[in-house]
Design a binder for this molecule. Structure first.
Ligand code: ADP
Ligand code: GLC
Length: 493
């Protein structure tokens, strides 16, 4: 693609990058967006902590020392440089075994690691120091979620006169306002900021620290991962207590929908599924369904097969599902769920699966290959989220001709076209949507899907429309490019 203006140098800072570390959609986005921006000619470099689970052979060489002066203590680490696997995107890893050589990025079954504020404060400060030592200077720093939210705060405060970071433009992207990085006020010194910023105008939030707020208050521009969520988070219902501060920044807040990496999520060439298929030749999907039914030990059946791949948390509407699941399973349907999360929901689902062994199968854990098989082999995909900033799972389902059943919120509302007469007439209907956050509303959406399943002509029409949707990163990455340029220009003028 021809560049119309100078390529940009972007430092992209986040806490997970697939396939090295992924707990959800952020990992997928941090793999695909930088890769697409790079293909547009920009010098995008990604940075994340060097978690202990990252194999030594892919960590690359040390390119700088880094020192994090957190005020109350100084911690020393190393900056390594490698590539995001399978791409030409440079990846910086901030290494400090004391903070990051642990089995998980954020915490274990007992909850978050007790020292997360210090771990991510170190990551932010050490990264800024390390990058300054490499000699490479970005045009803009793009920070993601609370794990990188202290960077805009440091750039605007203690580093305001720093030779590299003074005046550096920043963009802060919110992937999920439900996770804010909140800690006791007494831990404030760990942020490395002076106490004058422990005020309601800055990081203080109901007497505690709120790291997400640092990004929202100090970044030059803000974005989130769908247009609808950008509007929702400015309301008390979806603002998680931050709607007020977000409203004060409304003119700098943008919604850019996530994309799909069709190199990885593509039924036409996916090596993880039993048979490939396309919108024009869907026979392979039948093979994928049989394969999934076998894997679930379901009897061979023509019944509609519902799939779900999800974190099992309240955000994802699992409470609605567990309240209607037994009634749903009284009908001639099959349901496969892959997920992990809250013990309560895991137990409730396991009980339903035990009661209906021929109709429901629950796989607890994280399994990328099985996720692909579920997207490919199911007829319908359940995503009844209470809130959904964007959601990638429904986009993957669409790509595999599996019709999503979603609650009308955030990115789900922006990306799934519900089955209405008008949408069917335009050949645009791709799924089912409901509004009330109740088990009854979910049940009736599921029942609409079951009824439609017998209308094979409409089913085929919707499946085709779903598969023909184009959510590639090309469009969204250009929106990011425009936003980057806007922020950088604002600084120059
Ligand atoms: P979120 O980031 O809120 O979890 P998204 O829909 O944006 O939701 O992204 C979820 C990503 O994580 C998708 O790639 C989905 O396939 C994957 N995923 C979620 N749970 C599992 C699991 N148990 N096993 C494998 N992949 C999973
Ligand atoms: C978050 C959101 C999800 C979004 C993902 C990537 O985890 O919950 O909706 O798709 O981030 O932006």
């Amino acid at each position: 693609m021809p560049m119309t203006s100078k390529p940009l140098k972007i430092l992209y800072v986040c806490s997970e990058v697939s396939p090295l570390v992924k707990t959800g959609g952020l990992g997928d986005v941090s793999y695909a967006l930088p890769r697409t921006l790079r293909s547009l000619g920009h010098d995008v470099r990604v940075a994340m902590p060097c978690y202990g689970t990252i194999p030594f052979e892919v960590r690359g060489a040390q390119v700088a020392m880094c020192i994090a002066d957190m005020g109350w203590t100084t911690a020393y680490g190393a900056l390594r440089q490698t590539h995001v696997p399978g791409t030409s995107v440079p990846l910086y890893l901030v290494e400090h075994d004391g903070y990051f050589d642990r089995p998980n990025p954020y915490g274990g079954p007992e909850g978050e690691y007790w020292d997360n504020v210090e771990r991510f404060s170190f990551f932010n400060l050490a990264l800024l120091d390390g990058i300054a030592n490499t000699g490479w200077t970005p045009d803009l720093v793009h920070c993601h979620d609370w794990h990188a939210a202290l960077i805009p705060a440091h750039i605007k405060t203690r580093l305001a006169r720093h030779p590299v970071w003074g005046g550096m433009p920043t963009l802060f992207t919110i992937h999920n306002l439900g996770y804010q990085g909140r800690y006791a006020g007494g831990m404030f010194p760990k942020t490395g900021l002076s106490w004058e910023y422990f005020t309601p105008e800055h990081l203080e939030f109901y007497a505690g620290i709120n790291l997400m707020k640092a990004g929202i208050v100090f970044a030059d521009a803000l974005s989130t991962v769908s247009r609808r969520y950008a509007v929702e988070i400015q309301t008390p219902e979806y603002g998680h207590g931050l709607d007020g501060v977000l409203r004060t920044r409304a003119k700098d807040l943008y919604g850019i929908v996530n994309g799909v990496d069709y190199d990885k999520w593509n039924p036409a060439c996916d090596p993880r599924i039993a048979a490939t298929f396309t919108a024009d030749a869907v026979e392979g999907k039948v093979v994928c369904k049989s394969d999934l039914q076998r894997h679930c030990d379901f009897p061979k059946s023509q019944a509609p097969l519902f799939g779900m791949v999800s974190r099992l948390t309240w955000q994802k509407g699992i409470d609605l599902l567990v309240d209607m699941i037994d009634a749903m399973l009284e009908q001639d349907v099959q349901l496969v769920v892959l997920g992990n999360g809250d013990a309560y929901y895991q137990d409730r689902m396991a009980q339903s699966a035990r009661r209906h062994p021929k109709r429901m199968r629950l796989f607890l854990g994280y399994d990328d290959v099985l996720a692909h098989r579920i997207y490919a082999g199911s007829d319908f995909f359940l995503m009844p989220s209470h809130t959904e900033p964007c959601g990638l799972s429904q986009l993957y389902s669409l790509a595999y001709g599996t019709l999503p059943i979603v609650r009308r919120t955030g990115g789900l509302a922006d990306t799934v076209q519900p089955v209405t007469r008008a949408n069917l007439a335009r050949n645009k209907a791709t799924g089912f949507a409901f509004s009330a956050a109740t088990a009854t509303a979910l049940s009736s959406a599921v029942n609409r899907a079951i009824a439609l399943y017998d209308d094979k002509k409409t089913l085929a029409q919707m499946r085709r429309a779903a598969m023909l949707e184009d959510f590639s990163w090309k469009h969204s990455s250009q929106e990011y490019e425009r936003l980057y340029r806007k922020v950088v220009r604002k600084h120059v003028s």
